[in-house]
Design a protein around this ligand. Structure first.
Ligand code: F6P
Length: 325
């Protein structure tokens, strides 16, 4: 079986990027080990601190962030990094070729219940004439990503990655510590009968979004003429992985709960990398009015509405939410 680094070389991925990916992989293997140890590793539970997003940090979030930071800052290819757990950009090597944004442990409310969690990352070329610690380094559209991926810490540890030439999945062979190619050139079915959304938020959505969901729930007796099933992992990385594996639609729409926070998911280290993975597997990823990959980022921890998954279903959803009544 072909391993990750052979695969990257076959794809003619440049050596500096491969070197950077080695750091991500080494950190993720260490995180995977600690996740597997669970309570035995003494890492579960909350710290007193809250991160910048106002969510309570779990110890494992902090540890994962530190592992990634330490390994990435030791990598000469990293000019700067941005993390969900860091308020500001962290400067790396002034001559590094790349910048990387990551969510060290997505879906952290699943840590204590032994549920799916994952690391999401997004890599861009560093911009010349911009200081390494300047947020402006990260003001690049998602379509400029040179690589994106996630590591899913589930029953097995999986890496799903794209460097622009298709989306591929690798499974960690724990006996060798190597990621082996287990799904090449993933192709997401264009149609689906599965949706993923936190339905408890529906009173905060737009009328059009409610209309779309109502019609899904009406099933065969409604205008969609088919029954839909609902799945919600409460970890984007798990929901996206299901869609990558068998199709579906995932939505975290904007809502009117808090005018200062009209959306939940983060553009730089959640929406953009997932959008690149999805598009390179034939799927679609939009906010409510444009392709996610075309959004011009304004700030580091910016949030964005997300509608992604099977291409035809995302298209139908967009029709509903842009309809005039
Ligand atoms: O990053 C936020 C996140 O944990 C995502 O991974 C997940 O999709 C979402 O929040 C879950 O949100 P909720 O708390 O509404 O279920």
């Amino acid at each position: 079986m072909i391993n990750l680094f052979q695969h990257l070389r076959n794809e003619s991925v440049e050596a500096p990027l491969i070197q950077l990916l080695e750091s991500v992989i080494n950190a993720s293997k260490e995180i995977a080990f600690r996740v597997r140890q669970g309570a035995l590793a003494g890492v579960l539970g909350s710290t007193q601190d809250q991160n910048i997003q106002g969510e309570t940090q779990k110890n494992l979030d902090v540890i994962s962030n530190q592992l990634l930071k330490d390994l990435l800052l030791a990598c000469p290819q990293v000019r700067a990094l941005a993390s969900e757990e860091e308020d500001t950009v962290v400067a790396g090597n002034a001559n590094g070729e790349f910048i990387i944004a990551f969510d060290p442990l997505d879906g952290s409310s699943n840590i204590d219940i032994n549920g799916q969690i994952g690391t999401i990352f997004s890599i861009y070329r560093a911009q010349e004439n911009i200081a390494a610690n300047d947020e402006a380094q990260f003001r690049q559209k998602g379509e400029q990503q040179v690589c994106a991926g996630y590591i899913l810490y589930g029953p097995s540890t999986l890496l799903v990655i794209t460097t622009g030439k298709g989306t591929h999945a690798f499974t960690l062979d724990a006996t060798q510590g190597t990621f082996l190619l287990t799904a090449n050139n993933i192709n997401i079915p264009a149609d689906t009968k599965e949706f993923a959304i936190n339905m408890s938020n529906q009173r905060f959505w737009s009328d059009n979004m409610r209309r779309y969901l109502n019609d899904l729930v009406l099933g065969e007796s409604g205008p969609r003429g088919k029954n839909f099933n609902m799945r919600w992992n409460a970890a984007m990385v798990g929901d996206v992985h299901r869609i990558i594996s068998r199709g579906g639609i995932f939505l975290y729409p904007s809502d009117n709960r808090n005018p200062k926070q009209p959306a939940k998911l983060r553009l730089l280290y959640e929406a953009n990398p997932m959008a690149l993975l999805l598009e390179n597997a034939g799927g679609k990823a939009w906010n409510e009015n444009q392709r996610i990959l075309e959004i011009e980022p304004r700030e580091l921890h910016e949030r964005v509405a997300v509608i992604l998954g099977s291409a035809n279903e995302v298209q139908i959803c967009l029709k509903y939410i842009t309809a005039e009544h």
